[in-house]
Design a protein around this ligand. Structure first.
Ligand SMILES: [Zn+2]
Length: 496
């Protein structure tokens, strides 16, 4: 006890000097401190001793995020600003206190890449990806959905075979949109693609929640299921890769996908194509005085010739665009069909036909000059019915022929206030001629440059009704050739 009392003055003096040191600091150094102010979207959250310590704390606490994205570091949220500053007097928060404040307000970030896709109209789509090469890999997968994989390989490895007679060569592959990829800190509350399969699906369907399904009923075929659900057969095969051809059988009760493709990118493939196509024969009528009026007889059967056509065709996501024929030559000339038409009058009574020309049944004329290229077929594409076929390659201003005799029922050839090529002209088909060819067959000749017939006019088979053009909503010079039989869209190719 006594011994302790003896030490009291010494203890007190030590305590006093300690307090002096703590509150005054050493006289020389003042009490200036380096601290870090943490701001979130411009508002001060508090001050910390060390920026590094905060970053490390976040990284340590966010183990789950690291695991989820398989990354080795988690960063502060976007909008966080950490500024070094020198102060005399500041309240310092612990890393944990600041961390808790941040955590409740905004998601942390990881290092990734932002892919920006801008189309020609300036519309921008942004996609977040974890690794830079994911985008190339997914784009390559989408490309191979639209183009034969072997052809792509041969193009990329420069091992395409020269065309000896007929065949095709890929001349160019590119993305039509402007694509930029830049490194960025991406908030973990945003969609971040970290695998090729999911990104491919997104690029193809334009969303991730398109998984409409259909249960097969008795009598269904791939063709009918596709058509009834607004899919082209090719599209059906894309969304149901387990089928290899439209001839594959479906089993009743089986579930198939009927998701609509809506690609985010326009993948362009330019091809040089050499192919043989029919040079159609003409039908010539010859009067025969030994046969009665109203009777016909085929004297010579028509045989189609062959012509070799070289064209340059551009495909966007597998869909051919209006094209140009580079050259063509005839390999064999067609043999024209000769039909004898009776002119002998009956002795008395019935005079057949009432003067109207005998119809050559089942023989439809072709609406364009030859050669030509059919760039778009009849059927569903991107969920919309292409109710006709697109014929191009004949050149701007080339003649368009009536495929049979008939009456012009409607002509759409001007668009007041929208200019001649207004996109709303003729419902997107620009200048259009409709001809009623009888027996319920009405043909629509669309995107014409000029129209040379008028409403109510009688036309004969092969008569020029206008010229090929690019009017309306069209991506190039072509004829939209649409046939309706009793009002329902019919594939024109089934008529030839
Ligand atoms: Zn068309």
């Amino acid at each position: 006890m006594n011994k302790f009392k003896q030490y009291i003055p010494i203890i007190i003096s030590i305590l006093i000097s300690f307090v002096i040191v703590v509150f005054m600091g050493t006289p020389k150094n003042d009490n200036v401190k380096e601290i870090y102010n943490v701001y979130l979207d411009g508002k001060l959250l508090g001050s910390i001793k060390s920026k590094k310590a905060l970053e490390n704390y976040i990284d340590k606490e966010q183990k789950e995020l690291k695991k989820e994205y398989n990354v080795d570091k988690i960063y502060v949220p976007n909008g966080i600003d950490i500024e070094k500053c020198v102060t005399h007097n500041a309240k310092i928060l612990s890393e944990k206190q600041i961390y808790n404040k941040i955590k409740n307000k905004k998601s942390f970030t990881i290092k990734g890449y932002i892919v920006s896709i801008t189309d020609k109209d300036g519309k921008e789509t942004k996609i977040n990806i974890l690794k830079k090469n994911l985008f190339d890999k997914a784009t390559n997968k989408v490309l191979r959905i639209f183009v034969d994989s072997k052809e792509v390989d041969n193009y990329k490895n420069d091992t395409q075979k020269e065309i000896k007679e007929t065949g095709s060569l890929i001349e160019n592959i590119y993305i039509d949109e402007t694509v930029t990829i830049k490194e960025a800190f991406i908030s973990t509350d945003e969609m971040i693609f970290d695998d090729v399969t999911t990104l491919t699906q997104y690029l193809l369907f334009g969303s991730l929640d398109k998984n409409q399904e259909y249960v097969v009923k008795p009598g269904d075929t791939i063709e009918t299921v596709a058509f009834n659900n607004k899919l082209g057969v090719e599209e059906f095969l894309i969304v149901n890769p387990e089928f290899t051809s439209s001839n594959n059988l479906l089993s009743v009760g089986q579930t198939v996908s009927i998701a609509l493709i809506d690609p985010i990118l326009s993948i362009v493939v330019e091809k040089h194509i050499v192919e043989d196509m029919d040079k159609l024969y003409e039908t010539i009528e010859k009067e025969d005085p030994s046969m009665y009026v109203g009777t016909t007889k085929t004297e010579v059967e028509g045989i189609n010739g062959v012509q070799r056509v070289t064209s340059k065709v551009k495909y966007i996501n597998g869909e051919a665009q209006p094209a140009l024929i580079a050259s063509s030559f005839v390999i064999t000339e067609p043999v024209n069909k000769v039909v004898l038409k009776g002119t002998k009058r009956y002795q008395s009574g019935y005079y057949g036909g009432g003067g109207s020309p005998a119809q050559v049944s089942g023989s439809w004329g072709w609406p364009t000059i030859s050669p030509y290229i059919i760039t778009s077929n009849f059927g569903y594409r991107w969920g919309r019915l292409h109710a006709g076929i697109d014929i191009s390659g004949c050149g701007f201003g080339s003649p368009i022929y009536s495929i049979a005799s008939g009456t012009v029922t409607e002509v759409v050839n001007s668009c007041p206030g929208q200019g001649y090529y207004g996109s709303k002209c003729g419902g997107g088909y620009g200048n259009v001629v409709y001809i009623d060819h009888g027996n319920g067959v009405v043909v629509k000749y669309g995107h014409l440059n000029s129209v040379t017939v008028s409403r109510g006019q009688r036309v004969s088979r092969g008569q020029v009704v206008g010229t090929m053009g690019n009017s309306g909503s069209s991506t190039g010079t072509h004829l939209h050739f649409e046939v309706r039989v009793n009002g329902s869209p019919t594939n024109p190719r089934s008529m030839y």
